[in-house]
Write a protein that binds this ligand. Structure first.
Ligand SMILES: [Zn+2]
Length: 110
């Protein structure tokens, strides 16, 4: 193995190493972004669960005969959340609905 060959292999490896470093830092940025998104979604989910619990408690205080949550209660809660202006569809769940109806949400009512 001559000197030139060794140098070529070395610079080749060096290039690979630099590429890896670039990939790594891109991946790290993606990871940070995902973690931020995850944090935001967890926060939103927590808020929505609390809101749902509040609504469920309001319902059960009106009707003590059914301590276990029936399908109807969950349905009513979602309908109420929709009326309050939030999406209940799997596509935009929990986000503000603006003025117009959402066809994904409306499918839920059919
Ligand atoms: Zn929707």
């Amino acid at each position: 193995m001559n000197k030139k060959e060794v140098l070529d292999r070395f610079s080749h490896l060096e290039k690979q190493f630099e590429d890896l470093q670039k990939d790594f830092s891109l991946l790290k940025n993606d990871l940070v972004q995902l973690m931020e998104e995850n944090h935001q979604l967890a926060h939103e989910n927590h808020h929505l669960r609390q809101r749902l619990d509040d609504l469920t408690q309001e319902d059960s205080s009106n009707d003590h005969q059914t301590p276990s949550k029936s399908v109807g209660e969950g349905y009513d809660n979602l309908a109420r959340i929709y009326e309050e202006g939030f999406h209940i569809c799997h596509v935009y769940f929990g986000t503000p609905r603006e003025e117009e109806d959402c066809m994904f949400c409306l499918k839920f009512f059919n």
